[in-house]
Design a binder for this molecule. Structure first.
Ligand code: GLY
Ligand code: MN
Ligand code: MN
Length: 452
């Protein structure tokens, strides 16, 4: 997908969005909506440093700006008005947008202060969307007009099935992330490195600064992979060549394109010569095969939660085949053994947010508390498929010390614990009743395994 194609698709996305906003404004009884990109926030009240602004997804749905205090006024039946700050500032400049393809679709206004937008608002029924409620108050919005719940829900619904432009952006975000994954695998395979240097290698290969990544890179060597969101990077340098100890790496890292995210996990093993490393390598290969089987089972009309349930059946089977679990796989699922090894959900909606809106409108069953996708699978949805198996002492201890302890081979668990765990994650677009596009495997055909 070339950048030209993304630019060309933007026009149809913008037209579609304008028509849908007109419908939602009419249905929800609003004349117009002001969407604010966000305000620079102080890191603490005790100094003069600010966090980088994370633009509101509602604004980025329209326009890929990455700057504070941009304001979009969308009014029924009129061209949207985009107001941006253009006052002279010799301290800082905001990021330049990745493309200017949005320009012909808006009326433009350069303002010194956000408050200048007030002169352009209709007199009644204007909603404010943004996370700076104090600013909304200063602009004269009453509380009930700030992020009105039902209006927001209707706007979120527009983000559930992606337009062709959005798909192109997520696909490009996958391509960008793949460059980082390739670079990190090469670094892990070949040389000395710490979690921190691998993280920096990823940023360099994807041309991203840390605050620009869709979520903080998860870079976990060995036991750290048992922390699902390990971001406190170790500085300890391990080397593939100096001592040759087998080692694992879990890398969960994405990229963005026009604000749209990718979210990709790979798990690698290097070094040979220990029985436990061979079993862990087999575990990674089995999880990869299971993940591909789950992707192939994606069907329009099926509840995503049924795929999640199936992933537990598969984890039960894999743990049994490797001898980690001694009881029958269905018993391991039934009594909750698989939940101690695989505590998170199978995946989530993906788009302008890594954990995107629209696919978790209902609660999962009580035994799937962390499942973030409870939707019925439909064409146009983009979501992740990311099963995992981990050796997390705090989750396994109650099982080890409980009356069902004999269901698990604890000596084998202890032997595998230095490898932390495995997760394999791809980004899928549902394209038809039994079809999907795996945007991750187009660039990263392997889910992990032996680095060589
Ligand atoms: N990277 C966070 C997640 O996979 O959900
Ligand atoms: Mn994910
Ligand atoms: Mn992830």
């Amino acid at each position: 997908m070339s950048f030209d194609r993304i630019d060309a698709l933007y026009a149809e996305h913008a037209t579609w969005l304008r028509e849908r906003y007109d419908e939602v404004l009419e249905r929800e009884g609003w004349e117009a909506v002001v969407i604010h990109s966000g305000s620079a926030r102080k890191r603490t009240e005790f100094d003069d440093q600010y966090w980088p602004v994370r633009p509101s997804p509602h604004l980025q749905h329209w326009v890929a700006l990455h700057e504070p205090d941009a304001v979009l006024l969308v009014q029924k039946g009129r061209a949207p008005l985009l107001a941006r700050i253009n006052r002279f500032d010799f301290w800082e400049h905001p990021f330049a947008p990745e493309s200017d393809h949005f320009k012909p679709h808006f009326e433009h206004l350069g303002v010194e202060e956000v408050s200048a937008i007030k002169r352009h608002l209709p007199t009644a029924r204007v909603a404010f969307i943004g996370d700076d409620r104090a600013l909304a108050g200063r602009l004269g919005f009453l509380d009930e007009a700030v992020n009105p719940r039902e209006f927001l829900a209707s706007l979120d619904a527009l983000r559930t099935r992606k337009t062709r432009y959005e798909v192109a952006c997520v696909a490009e975000a996958n391509r960008r992330a793949s460059m980082g994954h390739h670079a990190v695998v090469r670094a892990f395979e070949g040389g000395a490195g710490s979690e921190l240097t691998l993280h920096l290698e990823y940023l360099a290969a994807t041309s991203q600064d840390d605050p620009e990544t869709p979520y903080k890179n998860i870079v976990a060597l060995g036991t750290n992979a048992a922390t699902l969101h390990h971001v406190s990077y170790g500085r300890r340098v391990t080397s593939a060549t100096s001592h040759g100890e087998p080692e694992s790496l879990l890398l969960d890292a994405g990229a963005t394109c026009m604000g749209y995210c990718s979210d990709i996990t790979r798990t690698w093993v290097r070094g040979r010569g220990s029985a436990s490393a061979d079993i862990f390598r087999a575990l990674v290969e089995k999880v990869d095969a299971m993940q591909q089987g789950l992707c192939a089972a994606v069907r329009e009309g099926a509840p995503y939660e049924s795929l999640h349930d199936r992933s537990h059946d598969e984890v039960g089977r894999i743990l049994h085949e490797l001898g980690v679990v001694r009881c029958a796989p269905d018993e391991a699922v039934k009594v909750g053994v698989t939940r101690a090894f695989y505590p998170h959900g199978l995946g989530h909606s993906l788009g302008l947010q890594c954990h995107d809106v629209g696919c978790a409108l209902t609660r999962p069953r009580a035994d799937n508390p962390f499942l973030r996708n409870t939707s019925v699978i439909a064409a146009g949805q983009v979501f992740t498929i990311e099963p995992g198996v981990y050796f997390i002492d705090g989750l396994l201890r109650p099982l080890r010390e409980g009356e069902g302890s004999a269901r698990v081979d604890w000596a084998l668990v202890d032997a595998l614990t230095p490898f932390g765990g495995v997760r394999i994650e791809d980004d899928l677009l549902v394209t038809g009743p039994e079809e999907h596009r795996n945007m991750t495997r187009e660039h990263l055909p392997r889910g992990g395994g032996d680095v060589s």
